[in-house]
Design a binder for this molecule. Structure first.
Ligand code: ARG
Length: 581
C-alpha cells in the first residue's frame, strides 16, 4: 500500500482483488459513484456491469464483494444493499489523503502529469472591426475555463482565437468605411467609430442592394491577393481590433496559444478544396461549389465557393480543421460558439463525414445560451445586445461591475487595503462566475444584484469563503503558503468531525473529469460553491484558533487545505481570490 492511498483507487483495487477482476473490461466495470444517500457510505459501486460480464445477478455479486472486502487501514466498512456495494472510509485515511494532497498539490488537487491527450479549443473568436459583444464574452470565459481544466488534467491544450477577419462580414465593414469613414473619428475611438459605421451599413443595406454588391466586390479584390487599398484597410482594421480586444482579454486573464483567424487560411483553402474534390463529394450548383448533405439528414447544402469565385466561412473552417489535424493531432476539437451556429457545425461535420475523414468524429460544437438583460420598462428578459439598441462594450460592462463592487467595499470595509485592486478582481470575477454558474446551454441572466450578492451562489460568496480561511491563517502562526509540513505530525482522527468538507474535497478528481468530458465548467463552479458552503458550515460549529492545541493544528491544516483547493477551483474558472475583501 502506498503511503497515502487515494481512497477511491484503493477501494477499486480491493473490489478488483475480491472479484478477481483482471481483464480491461472487468476493471473498467468497477466505477465508483457518490452514494445516493450519504448515510449509506462515502462511495458506492453498482455491480450491474461486472455482474453481467460474469453472468451473475447483481445483488449476488454485491453480497460477495461485501463479504470479500475486509476492513483495512483505509476502508472502515463495506455493505451490500441490493445490487449496490457501499463503502465507508476511515476518517483518518480520508483526512490524510485530502488534506495532505491539497497542501502538496498532488493530482488531482494539483496538475496531473502529461496525459498525452491533445485538445484543440476554438474560442472567443470575435469578428474584427466590431465591438467585442456579450456572446463573445461567453465563448471567451467558457473556452478559457475548459482549456484550464484540460491542462490541469495533463492534456496539451491548443487554445485558438479564430478571429472573424475575412469574408463578407468584414467586407461590409470595409465598404462602410470607404463610403462614410471619418479618419478623425477613427483616430479618436476606432472601435466606436467602426460600430457606428456598421450600424449605418445595416440600416442602409436594407433598401439598397447595391451596398452588398459593393461589399462583394471589395471582398473579391481582397481575396485576389493583390497589394491594394482593400488589403491595406484590412491590415489596419485588424491591427486596431486586436489592440482593442487585448484590453478585455487582459482583464479576464485570458490568453491564446494561437491567433489564427479566418484570414490565416487564405492560402490554405485551395488545398482543402482539392481534398473535397478528390473525395468526390463536390458538386456545382447554380455556379457555386457545394457539398450536398441530404444523406446526412441536413437539407441545406454546404456552400464552399460562390459563383463569383470567392470563398466562405465554411471554406475557412474546413481548411482550419485540416490544419489543426495536421499540426496538433487532436483527440478533440471543441468549437465554443453560440447555439445559433449549430447548423454551421453540423454541416462542417457532415462534409467531413461524407469525405470519410476520421476527423469528423473529433469535431464537437460546444454551444451555449444567450446573455439576457432585464428590460426595465416591460420587466422582461431580453437579449443583452438589444438593450436600447446600443452596443454594449465589454469593457464598459466590466467597469460597471467593478464600480458596483467598489461601492460595496466602501460601505462594508472602508479601511480595506488595495481596495481598487480587490474591486477589479471581485467585479470581473462576479461576471465570469455568473457566466459559468449554470450549465452552459442555459441563458444567463445578467442581474447585477444577484451576481454581486455575497450570500448567494456567486463569485463573491466563494471568494469570501477563501478570504475567511486566509483570515484565520493570518491570525494563527501558519503562513498562508504553508505546505505539507503542516500535516507532518497531526492526529488525523481529530478531523473526523469535518467529514462533509473532506468528502467534498475527495470528489475533486471526478469533478474535473466530468467537467472536461462534458465541456461543462459549471460542474467546477458547483464544486467551489459546495466546498465554500461546507467549510462555512464547519466553521460555524467548530472553533479553530481557540481549540486545544492538537485539535487547533489539525483544523488549521484543514483550513489551509480547503483554502488551497478553493483557489485551485476558482483559478480553473479564471477567477482570482483576494486574501481580504
Ligand atoms: N467569428 C465567429 C462569430 O463571431 C465565430 C467563429 C467561431 N469559430 C469557428 N471556427 N467558426 O460568430
Amino acid at each position: 500500500m502506498t503511503e497515502r492511498p487515494d481512497p477511491h483507487e484503493h477501494l477499486r483495487s480491493r473490489i478488483a482483488a475480491a472479484t478477481r477482476a483482471t481483464s480491461p473490461a472487468e476493471l473498467h466495470a468497477i466505477q465508483l459513484v457518490p452514494p445516493k444517500n450519504r448515510a449509506h457510505g462515502d462511495a458506492s459501486f453498482g455491480a450491474f456491469a461486472l455482474a453481467k460480464l460474469r453472468g451473475l445477478a447483481p445483488p449476488q455479486l454485491a453480497a460477495e464483494i461485501a463479504a470479500g472486502v475486509a476492513p483495512d487501514d483505509v476502508i472502515e466498512s463495506v455493505t451490500a444493499t441490493g445490487p449496490f456495494v457501499n463503502a465507508r472510509f476511515r476518517r483518518s485515511a480520508l483526512a490524510r489523503h485530502v488534506v495532505l494532497g491539497a497542501l502538496r498539490g498532488d493530482p488531482p488537487f494539483g496538475p496531473a502529469p502529461a496525459s498525452g491527450k491533445s485538445i484543440v479549443i476554438d474560442f472567443s473568436s470575435p469578428n474584427i472591426a466590431k465591438p467585442f459583444h456579450m456572446g463573445h464574452l461567453r465563448s471567451t470565459v467558457i473556452g478559457a475555463a475548459i482549456g484550464r481544466i484540460w491542462r490541469h488534467l495533463g492534456a496539451t491544450v491548443h487554445g485558438i482565437n479564430h478571429l472573424g477577419d475575412w469574408g463578407m462580414p468584414f467586407a461590409k465593414m470595409m465598404t462602410a468605411w470607404m463610403r462614410w469613414g471619418d479618419p478623425q473619428e477613427l483616430q479618436k475611438a476606432p472601435m466606436r467609430h467602426m460600430f457606428e459605421l456598421y450600424k449605418l451599413y445595416t440600416a442602409k443595406a436594407k433598401d439598397d442592394p447595391a451596398l452588398d454588391a459593393e461589399a462583394a466586390k471589395h471582398f473579391q479584390a481582397l481575396e485576389s491577393g493583390a497589394d491594394n487599398e482593400e488589403r491595406r484597410m484590412w491590415k489596419f482594421l485588424r491591427d486596431e481590433s486586436l489592440a482593442a480586444f487585448q484590453g478585455p482579454y487582459d482583464r479576464l486573464g485570458v490568453a491564446f496559444d494561437h491567433v489564427t483567424g479566418e484570414s490565416f487560411f487564405e492560402d490554405k483553402m485551395e488545398a482543402a478544396m482539392a481534398r473535397v474534390t478528390a473525395a468526390g463529394v463536390l458538386e456545382v450548383d447554380d455556379g457555386a461549389e457545394v457539398v450536398k448533405l441530404d444523406a446526412q439528414g441536413i437539407k441545406v447544402p454546404c456552400i464552399l465557393r460562390k459563383s463569383d469565385g470567392t470563398t466562405l466561412y465554411h471554406t475557412r473552417d474546413l481548411a482550419a480543421a485540416f490544419w489543426r489535424e495536421a499540426q496538433y493531432r487532436p483527440d478533440r476539437i471543441l468549437y465554443v460558439v453560440g447555439a445559433e451556429q449549430k447548423l454551421h457545425f453540423d454541416q462542417l461535420k457532415a462534409v467531413l463525414a461524407r469525405m470519410k475523414e476520421p476527423l469528423a468524429d473529433r469535431i464537437e460544437h460546444v454551444p451555449f445560451g444567450l446573455i439576457l438583460a432585464k428590460n426595465e420598462e416591460t420587466g422582461k428578459w431580453e437579449k443583452f445586445a438589444s438593450r436600447g439598441g446600443n452596443a454594449i462594450f465589454l469593457d464598459e460592462v466590466l467597469d460597471e461591475a467593478v464600480a458596483n463592487v467598489r461601492r460595496v467595499i466602501t460601505e462594508k470595509n472602508p479601511g480595506l487595503a488595495g481596495a481598487d485592486r480587490v474591486a477589479e478582481q471581485v467585479g470581473v470575477s462576479a461576471i465570469v462566475f455568473n457566466d459559468l454558474k449554470n450549465s452552459r446551454i442555459k441563458d444567463v441572466k445578467f442581474d447585477w444584484e444577484q451576481m454581486l450578492n455575497f450570500d448567494g451562489e456567486t463569485g463573491p460568496y466563494v471568494q469570501f469563503a477563501a478570504a475567511r480561511l486566509s483570515g484565520i491563517l493570518r491570525k494563527s502562526d501558519v503562513a498562508l503558503d504553508a505546505g505539507a509540513e503542516l500535516g507532518a505530525t497531526l492526529d488525523w482522527n481529530l478531523l473526523a468531525d469535518a467529514e462533509e468538507v473532506l468528502l467534498t474535497m475527495l470528489d475533486f478528481g471526478t469533478t474535473l473529469e466530468r467537467a472536461a468530458d462534458q465541456s461543462e465548467p459549471s460542474i467546477v463552479t458547483g464544486f467551489t460553491i459546495q466546498l465554500a458552503g461546507s467549510i462555512h458550515a464547519y466553521l460555524r460549529d467548530h472553533h479553530v484558533l481557540r481549540a486545544e492545541p492538537a485539535v487547533r493544528d489539525a483544523r488549521l491544516a484543514l483550513v489551509a487545505a480547503a483554502r488551497r483547493l478553493l483557489h485551485v477551483g476558482l483559478g480553473l474558472l479564471g477567477v482570482g481570490a483576494p486574501d481580504e475583501m
